[in-house]
Structures are given as C-alpha cells and as structure tokens.
Design a protein around this ligand. Sequence first.
Ligand SMILES: Cc1cc2nc3c(=O)[nH]c(=O)nc-3n(C[C@H](O)[C@H](O)[C@H](O)COP(=O)(O)O)c2cc1C
Length: 394
Amino acid sequence: MRNDEAGTINRMTTGAELLARAGVPVVLAPMAGITNRAFRRLARESAASAMPGQTGGIYVTEMITSRALIERHPETLAMTAFDPDESPRSMQLYTTDPVTVAAAVRMIVDENRADHIDLNFGCPVPKVTKKGGGSALPWKRELFREIVTAAVKSADGRVPVTVKMRMGIDPEHLTYLDAGRAAAEAGAAWVTLHGRTAIQSYSGHADRSAIARLVEELAPYDVPVLGNGDVWTARDALSMVAETGCAGVVVGRGCLGRPWLFGQLAAGFLGAPIPREPDLRGVTATMRRHAELLEQVLGEGRGIRDFRKHVAWYLKGFVVGAPIRQQLGLVSSLGELDDLLSGLNLDQAYSAEAAELPRGRTSPQKRVALPDGWLETRDATGAIAEEEMAVSGG
Ligand SMILES: Cc1cc2nc3c(=O)[nH]c(=O)nc-3n(C[C@H](O)[C@H](O)[C@H](O)COP(=O)(O)O)c2cc1C
C-alpha cells in the first residue's frame, strides 16, 4: 500500500478509501511516548491474529514536531522510522505555522517518509496551549485554515492529510464545527474528533453527540469523521459508530497495557467472535514481547527503561504484591523481567472491570493556559513559536 507501489495511495486516495484499505475502521491514536515502532508492531500483531493477512487498522506514530523534523534532529528522525511491513505509514505532525508544516510535509513526501499525515490540533497540555498550539489553535480560525491548506497543498495530492481535534477550548469556546468545515474545505481526507474540550483534559466522558453533530456537518463535503474518546472495548467502538454515524474509531488509552484490544476491535468490526481478555499468563507473554520490541527499537537499556511506564497498565486488576510491582517498575534488563514475571501467579483471569478502569490522566484542568488576550478575537493571527517539545501529548 506504499506510495512507491504504483496505483496505491496517491492523490486520489480519500479518507474513506484509506479506511477501507485498512480492512476495519480502526485507528491507533497517536500517543506521545507510547505509539513508537515497538508499540505499533505489538498492536498490529494483535490485529493480525484476528484477521490474518490484513492490516487490521491504521497505526499512527507519536506526534512529530514539524520544526524538529525539518531541522533533522536525530531523535526526531528516529521517531519517524517505520517497520518495513508497516502499511500505511501514518505519521502525525504537530505544528503552529503554515510555512513550517508545508516544509515538513514536502520533506515527507519528497523523501517518501510516510503514506499518510495527520495534523494534531488536540493537545491540551499547558506547555503547548499557552503558546497557542494544539487544542488552542483552532480558535484562530484563519491560522487553522492556513495551516491545513498549506499541509494539503504541500502534500500535492501524494499523501492524504487528516486532522485531529478536540471540541474546543471550553464549553463557551467551541471550535469543532468551524474547524471541521475549514478542514474539509482545505482538503483534509478525514477529521477525527475527540469529544472533549481542552479544559476537560481527560475528565468526564467523551461527548458522542458532538461527534454525531460533526458527522452531520461534514456530510455535504463527503469527508469522513472519526470518533475518538473512551473506546475501552470492542463494544464501545461498535456503539460509537452506531450512535454517531462516524466512519471509524480512534483508540488511545483503551489499549494502554492492552494491545490485544486491536484484535478484539478487528473481530468486532468483522462480526467475528471477540477474543477474550487474556489471563495473566497471556498478559505476561505480551509484556515480554513489548519489552523485547522496545529493546530492539530504542536500544538495549533504554528500551527496558521505557517499558517501565507500561507495567502498571498491564497489571491493572491482577493480584500482584506491591514489592514485585515496585521491582517491575524499576526493571533494567529482559533477564530481570523474565525472573520477576515467572514469580507471579499466572493462573489469574482478567477482571472484566479492569478493562474499563481509567488509564492515563483523568483530572480536568482549572483553566486552559493560553497566550494573553487569546480569546478576545478569533481572527488575529501572527506567528506562534513552535515549541520544541520533549514531552508532549494530546
Ligand atoms: C499518553 C498520551 C499521549 C498522547 N499523545 C498524543 C499525541 O501525540 N497526539 C495526539 O493527537 N493526541 C495525543 N493523545 C490523545 C489521544 O490521541 C486521544 O485523542 C485521547 O487519549 C482520547 O482518546 P482515548 O479516550 O481513546 O484515550 C495522547 C493521549 C495520551 C493518553
């Protein structure tokens, strides 16, 4: 499905076609610090087990800062690497500036670095919004339109460009309908809506009625809307599509410590029996595979240190003593991981509730950090510094 294979993804590839090629309308949400090559592989392997020989979804990179990309920072370039069998190669860009994003997209296209580019306008992290980036940006409607237009033009029809956003800054400053229309008019191949505002961060519930409203709004443009927020199970994914009419789902926190969710989602959308949650034996096998892939991708030592953040998510709901949990949280080699895992009582079933326990952040913000005077007008633009983000999020 790569661009170097004639007649595959090209200027005519619409969002609907991209989803259709994936076999099931499922997208792994871009997650900074999580959806690196190792995690994407793990998720793809899970989907493939449910639908052999097919892609089983679209798996997006962590967000890549456009400026760092065009400046070719080695760390950033490393984050843009894909496995040879990843198809499509989906890369998410963060940007606040039309010129920078145009250059980044041109570089990606000219150097054949991805088959699909997603733009991040959903990040609620104060460090980002206080500069006017992420979920703060669509409030400046002209700037938003200019950025999406610049990215689509620069892609020159060679890769589809999609947009991911939240509902707005807070309930008094909603942006999703305007921004959705602007993205569609600018040529975005799909629009993903996370049904929360920035001020909610990850609290409360994603608003499905907003997703349904955007579906209605973009129907005349023939631009698919993907629903995002609180898909914890295959059942949630199917009900989100049924309730909102969205064209597919984007799944983030539900797969933290549960990459097999992609197999369940694939089965759910194919109408096949949904594979059961693994028992602790199965979970530890996945943990081992994840750690091993991280060591391969990030390097020995760094990979296993990165794995530590996943331990609590994997073990949610299982009876595992505090000392072992603590040791696993400090694990420093694959050998040590094997030793610790072998000491667990592996014959424990997955608790159904654990699947739906919140993972990741859940508290609302008191206020959204914004540049001075940001909310006074929707039209003033002017340059926004593109933050170099070592830590980022959506
Ligand atoms: C740890 C973490 C990192 C994230 N990083 C990004 C990111 O880089 N880009 C982005 O667009 N969204 C990011 N998000 C937001 C998710 O893509 C998604 O929109 C959000 O988690 C809501 O979906 P969910 O309820 O399925 O988790 C991040 C979320 C989490 C929890």
